[in-house]
Ligand binder design. Structure first.
Ligand code: UD2
Ligand code: MN
Length: 350
C-alpha cells in the first residue's frame, strides 16, 4: 500500500511551484533540512520568511539560511563588470543578496558614521536627505549622522529610527562654494581623529544635495570605498576630468587612471578614510600655496588618491546617480542620486 505522509502532500504541491524559483530567503531549522526534500526546504523557507525574528527569539538552536546556489561559472550580471582588475568587487544590483549579506553583518554590531555638510543655501537639502536616508540607508543598522553647518538653528527636526542619531556641528561660513567643498577634507580628518575612534567602525562622506531612493546597505562596506561617477562610467579615460596640469598635486597624466570617482560619496574603515582625508587636505594646502586649484577641487585630489591607493570596493553609479529621471541601461536601481538644483541660485558664487 502506498504510504502518503504529510510530507508527500506538501512535496507534491510544491513540485508544481518549483519552477517559480527565486523564493525569498529565510532561516530554516537545521533538522528540517535533513528530513525534507528540496521542495520542502523551499516551502519552509517561503513560509517562514516573515517570522525570522520571532522564531529566533523563541528558539536558540542553529539556523541555516537557504538561498540559490552561487555559481562559480556564471556571473549574475553579464552586462557590467563586477570586479576590478585589482580584484575589488564592483557593486551592482543583482551581484549580491541583500538578506544574506545583512545576516552576515548583523552579527557584528557595527556603527556607520555618516557625514554631510550644509552651508549657506544648502540647508534646504537636509530634510529630504535625512528623511530618505532613514528609509533606505543602512536600515536596521546603527547610523550616526554628523551634519556640519553654518546655521544649526535652521536644521529641521527629523524623526530618527532606533539606533540612529544626528549630531549637528557648527562651522564657519565660507564665501566660495569651492572652499566649502574642499574644506570638507580637513573637517573629516579632524572628526575621525578626535571623535570617531570609539564611536564608529565605518564612515561614509556624502554630498547633501542628494536623496536616497533605494537600498544603500552593508554591501557597500569595505576598507576603502569609491563610487564610480555617474557621468563617466562608460567613458574612455582620456575623457575623464582629471586634473591635467602637472603643477597640481592632483595631476594625472594622459594614459593613466582606472575609473573616474565621484567626490560626492566615499567611505571605508575609519583608519583608511582618515588617511585619505589627511592626504587630500595636505595636497589641497600645497596647491593653495602654489596658487593652483584643481579643476574639480577635492574631487580631483580624491581621484589622484584612488589612483595611488586602490579602493578595496567600488560602488556602481547606482550609489551616486545623475538624477531620478535619468536613465541608463545598466542602472537597474537608483539608490542615491543628485537632486536637481539651480547652481546660480543656490551657490554663493559662480
Ligand atoms: C556628484 C559629485 O561627485 N559631485 C561633486 C561635484 O559637484 P557638485 O555640483 O555636486 O558640488 P556641490 O555644489 O554639491 O558641492 C559639494 C558639497 O559641498 C557642500 N556645499 C557646497 C556649496 C554650498 O554653498 N554649501 C554647501 O554646503 C554641500 O555638502 C555639497 O553637497 O564637485 C564638487 C567639487 O568640485 C564635489 O566634489 C562634489 O562632491
Ligand atoms: Mn553635490
Amino acid at each position: 500500500m502506498l504510504q502518503v505522509g504529510p510530507w508527500d502532500c506538501e512535496r507534491q504541491a510544491l513540485k508544481e511551484s518549483e519552477n517559480a524559483v527565486d523564493r525569498p530567503l529565510a532561516l530554516v531549522r537545521g533538522e528540517r533540512l535533513v528530513e525534507g526534500s528540496i521542495p520542502i526546504q523551499r516551502h519552509f523557507a517561503y513560509c517562514w520568511s516573515g517570522l525570522l525574528s520571532r522564531t529566533e527569539e523563541r528558539d536558540n538552536r542553529e539556523y541555516s539560511l537557504l538561498y540559490n546556489q552561487p555559481s562559480v561559472l556564471v556571473g549574475s550580471r553579464t552586462d557590467v563588470a563586477s570586479v576590478s582588475s585589482w580584484l575589488a568587487p564592483v557593486i551592482w544590483e543583482g551581484t549580491f543578496n541583500p538578506i544574506l549579506i545583512d545576516s552576515i553583518y548583523k552579527q557584528h554590531n557595527l556603527t556607520i558614521a555618516t557625514t554631510v555638510f550644509a552651508l549657506g543655501k544648502y540647508t534646504r537639502f537636509v530634510k529630504d536627505f535625512l528623511e530618505s536616508a532613514e528609509q533606505h540607508y543602512f536600515v536596521g543598522f546603527r547610523v550616526h549622522y554628523y551634519l556640519f553647518t553654518d546655521q544649526p538653528e535652521s536644521i529641521p527636526e527629523v524623526k530618527m529610527g532606533e539606533n540612529r542619531s544626528l549630531t549637528v556641528r557648527k562651522v564657519q561660513s565660507l564665501n566660495r562654494w569651492q572652499d566649502i567643498s574642499m574644506s570638507r577634507m580637513e573637517k573629516l580628518e579632524k572628526l575621525i581623529e578626535n571623535e570617531l575612534a570609539y564611536e564608529a567602525d565605518y564612515i561614509f562622506c556624502l554630498d547633501i544635495d542628494t536623496k536616497f531612493y533605494g537600498r544603500w546597505g552593508v554591501e557597500s562596506l569595505g576598507r576603502l570605498v569609491g563610487v564610480i561617477h555617474p557621468w563617466f562610467f562608460d567613458a574612455p579615460r582620456d575623457r575623464f576630468t582629471y586634473e591635467r596640469r602637472p603643477e597640481s598635486q592632483a595631476y594625472i597624466p594622459a594614459g593613466e587612471g582606472d575609473y573616474y570617482y565621484a567626490g560626492a560619496a566615499f567611505g571605508g574603515l575609519l583608519e583608511d578614510v582618515h588617511q585619505l582625508t589627511k592626504t587630500c587636505k595636505e595636497k589641497l594646502l600645497i596647491d593653495a600655496a602654489n596658487s593652483i586649484e584643481a579643476v574639480w577641487q577635492e574631487e580631483s585630489h580624491l581621484n589622484k588618491y584612488f589612483l595611488l591607493n586602490k579602493p578595496s570596493k567600488l560602488l556602481s553609479p547606482e550609489y551616486m546617480w545623475r538624477g531620478i529621471n535619468e536613465k541608463a541601461a545598466q542602472i537597474k536601481v537608483i539608490r542615491f542620486s543628485n537632486v536637481a538644483k539651480n547652481y546660480a541660485e543656490v551657490r554663493p558664487n559662480p
